[in-house]
Design a protein around this ligand. Structure first.
Ligand SMILES: [Fe+2]
Length: 381
């Protein structure tokens, strides 16, 4: 007589696997709950990392709460996991800190993990072992053609600072993912942004990070513009952040005002023709197969279109026309930072912008990491 052996297979409980919950009242984005076995997202098992990887590509911006203690080494490891081709360097080259670059004052490298940048506002002496650490939140006052008046700012108004994709846009390929960790993000009052062309106004948390989906941007183009976008290549200027440094941005922060102020090419640091970035205007999401209109409107130099090459001013006007509807209030997600939020975004699928300005003595502390990819994004028509 043989014994009967019964095997009970228990389905994993909700806390055993990583959970993805779409954000409510937002056009995209999701909240992640880590599985019970770890609170370090760099230590997920293969299946759970795949869930996270898919969520980032599907929802474009994901938030993992309660990560204030995440070590820079873990943040670097996690960021690298999103791109097996990346070689480990930060998403920008050494020109990041060039004295003329518009990015020069944005952050400080973490000594133990130089690919992780410390961002924020105010004095944070000794943070990550950095003595005399003083951070400065980017302000539209030094970047926009027509900044807000003191009165407007006193009344709670701010601007989108610069809609962008994280990328050197010269020599290096755009990072796949950016991780942004809010360690100490006091939110003490609301801020307002007015769209000067339509008069619309939004209210967000102070210094929220704004995101727009490149997929929603593409989906809402007319059939004619979709055809145009699918067949257009964006050419970025050599050392683009230095090239645009004397110019100033439009009030919506999508591109620069064309007044002939850009640095002449022979006054830029040495540059090579084959390092100039030529990227499709549309990048295909490798997980969803969706088309994303992805362009850094401030750094654009030329557009190679089916009807010929558009030079600087016309190229800017064209991308501005295509991009502007996509930053409308109902299309964007503004992340209101809580201490410990780790935001991971698909840098090849969204545009994002800093907002807000801090008063004297204001403080904020964040860690950011993105790593240049080994390959450029492609458009699969
Ligand atoms: Fe950024």
């Amino acid at each position: 007589m043989s014994a009967t052996i019964t095997t009970t297979v228990t389905a994993p409980s909700a806390t055993d696997v990583l959970q993805v919950t779409p954000l409510e009242n937002a056009p995209f984005g999701a909240r992640i709950t880590l599985p019970a076995y770890t609170q370090d997202p760099a230590d997920l098992n293969e299946d759970d990392f795949q869930r996270l990887y898919s969520a980032v590509h599907q929802y474009l911006v994901v938030v993992i709460p309660d990560q204030a203690k995440l070590k820079p080494s873990s943040q670097y490891k996690l960021t690298k996991l999103f791109d097996p081709t990346c070689e480990g360097a930060y998403g920008h080259s050494k020109e990041f800190r060039h004295e003329k670059s518009v990015l020069r004052r944005d952050g400080h490298s973490t000594p133990s993990q130089p690919q992780v940048q410390i961002l924020g506002q105010g004095r944070h002496d000794g943070h990550e072992g950095v003595p005399d650490l003083v951070l400065r939140h980017p302000t539209h006052m030094s970047f926009h053609h027509d900044p807000l008046t003191e009165d407007e700012m006193a009344n709670g108004y701010t601007r989108f600072y610069r809609w962008h994709i994280d990328s050197a846009l010269y020599g290096l390929a755009p990072p796949v993912a950016t991780t942004l960790l809010g360690i100490d993000c006091p939110v003490d009052k609301n801020q307002k942004i007015r769209y000067e062309d339509t008069g619309e106004e939004i209210t967000t948390a102070k210094a929220a990070t704004a995101f727009a989906s490149g997929a929603i941007a593409f989906d809402n183009l007319s059939d004619e513009d979709k055809e145009f976008a699918l067949n257009t290549t964006v050419v970025y200027a050599p050392h683009p952040y230095i090239f645009i440094s004397p110019a100033r941005a439009t009030s919506d922060a999508l591109t620069m005002v064309s007044e002939g102020k850009e640095l002449p090419l022979d006054e830029l640091p040495e540059w090579e023709q084959d390092k100039i970035k030529r990227l499709p205007l549309v990048w295909t999401n490798p997980v969803t197969g969706k088309h994303h209109m992805q362009v850094h409107g401030c750094c654009i130099w030329k557009l190679e279109t089916p009807n010929g090459t558009l030079e600087l001013e016309e190229a800017r006007n064209t991308v501005h026309r295509l991009m502007r509807p996509n930053i409308s209030p109902d299309r964007i997600y503004c992340h209101d930072w809580n201490n410990g939020d780790l935001v991971i975004f698909f840098n090849r699928g969204v545009w994002h912008s800093v907002t807000g300005q801090f008063e004297e003595g204001g403080r904020r502390l964040m860690h950011q990491c993105n790593i240049a990819s080994g390959v450029d994004p492609i458009c699969k028509k």
